[in-house]
Design a protein around this ligand. Structure first.
Ligand SMILES: [Zn+2]
Length: 126
């Protein structure tokens, strides 16, 4: 079997390597266009994750896929600020009330630079 298949095969004309899986791996060609209208395409393995954005080889500008595939929406939450957290717990009228209360305390001298050392006084309202 092996003897017969080798016979008559010119050396160098044919590779005995099993080409399946290497030479003929499934490929896909993906078109991109940059912001300067340079169109080009890149070849990726089918199983490769094709990036939605690529750097233009001609001008370096950011390129988007011609098929319109957008970058996956990032599921990262927008950063919550202290203000956001505060607003989840307090309404603006509540905050204004608290501010007025603190300003009163500040003006009356109960709050201020010496507040921490004076201490002892309990807050009037909650
Ligand atoms: Zn370009």
């Amino acid at each position: 079997m092996a003897d017969r298949s080798l016979r008559g095969t010119g050396l160098g004309s044919k590779s005995f390597e099993d080409e399946t899986g290497v030479e003929f791996a499934a490929r896909q060609e993906v078109g991109y266009i940059c912001s300067n209208k340079h169109e080009y395409s890149l070849t990726f393995a089918v199983e490769a994750e094709v990036p939605a954005v690529w750097e233009c080889p001609r001008c370096g500008a950011e390129s988007l896929r011609l098929d319109g595939t957008k970058a996956e929406a990032k599921d990262e939450k927008p950063a919550r600020t202290h203000w956001d957290m505060l607003r989840e717990r307090r309404s603006i009228p509540e905050l204004e009330e608290l501010l007025a209360e603190r300003l009163d305390l500040l003006r009356s001298g109960e709050l201020g630079p010496n507040y921490a050392t004076v201490g002892g006084k309990t807050r009037k309202s909650a």
